[in-house]
Design a protein around this ligand. Structure first.
Ligand SMILES: [Mg+2]
Ligand SMILES: [Zn+2]
Length: 291
């Protein structure tokens, strides 16, 4: 990774997780596959389930998930059952390829998600791409001594509210993007942000000149962008499926890491084997060998 990064230090690719890296919602998958739908029905009178199912980034989503993990535990389901369940879920081969190729090209890859560390680590590790990411910002999760998965909010709304009115109280992805930007700015890096949900709109608004946003077409982020085009400062490159995500991301990465115009590519037609000395100089200039 270190040598690849030295060749192409210019791109930070930031991925949402649910319905972006994976083509499903990780908590819906776990709750449905582990047979907790009955618990949904029982709790429905006290919680906004209909909003949970419709909106991938509803304010109440993480607190509902925290309750659901307790419910699964009460039903005898352990964190290991949840891990097995997540491992049985698919991950598009094009998305795996996009992640591996972008990492090999020297991109710094990060996840910013309102899922949780347990779900994300399990899925990415199972498909062999966890090591491609330098940072995963999401709700922390731990397995306690009883084998119960305990998820906590990324931001504690009571002790340290993030103060962003666009985002759910447990997580403002825009705050995370600001931290990434502060470091990227010192390294001449630009950001590609890839997401689908309402929670991905705030970070998209933070992006600046030279950055890109890749919204999933016809999902909430895409709709918000289309309805407020003048608010965005960056180029928008939509995608529909894993294949388009891969194609679009790698096209942008290749454009961003292309060598600057003032450095001419090595031109073999100028090689003259009868005059070895000038050829060698030409090589050194084109490849920018450090002295
Ligand atoms: Mg999402
Ligand atoms: Zn926000």
């Amino acid at each position: 990774m270190a040598s690849a990064a030295a060749l192409a230090p210019g791109v930070v690719a930031v991925f949402d997780f649910d319905r972006t890296i994976i083509d499903w919602d990780s908590d819906d998958w776990v709750i449905t596959k582990l047979g907790a739908a009955d618990a949904f029905q029982r709790l429905r009178p006290t919680m906004p389930w209909n909003r949970l199912m419709v909106n991938a980034h509803d304010t109440a989503r993480s607190s509902i998930l925290i309750r659901m993990m307790a419910e699964l535990h009460a039903q005898g389901k352990t964190a290991e059952d949840i891990r097995d369940c997540l491992r049985s879920a698919p991950l598009d081969a094009h998305v795996i390829s996009a992640i591996k190729t972008a990492a090999a090209l020297g991109c710094d890859l990060k996840v910013v998600s309102d899922a949780n560390t347990f779900f994300i680590d399990t899925v990415l590790d199972h498909h062999g791409v966890l090591g491609c990411f330098s940072e995963i910002s999401t709700n922390p999760a731990q397995v306690d001594a009883d084998g119960r998965l305990r998820i906590s909010p990324f931001h504690d709304a009571a002790s340290a509210p993030h103060g962003c009115s666009l985002c759910p109280e447990n997580m403002c992805k825009g705050k995370t993007i600001e931290k990434i930007q502060a470091i990227a700015g010192t390294k001449n890096q630009h950001i590609i942000y890839i997401g689908d949900g309402k929670g991905d709109y705030c970070p998209s608004l933070k992006l600046g000149e030279g950055d890109y946003v890749m919204p999933k077409e016809n999902y909430p982020l895409w709709n918000l962008i289309c309805n407020n085009k003048e608010l965005l400062k960056v180029e928008v490159h939509p995608w529909n499926n894993g294949e388009e995500l891969e194609m679009t991301l790698l096209k942008l990465v290749n454009k961003m890491i292309a060598p600057p115009a003032q450095v001419p590519p090595f031109d073999c037609s100028k090689c003259d084997m009868s005059k070895p000395a000038p050829t060698e100089v030409g090589h050194h200039q084109a490849l920018r060998v450090p002295h």
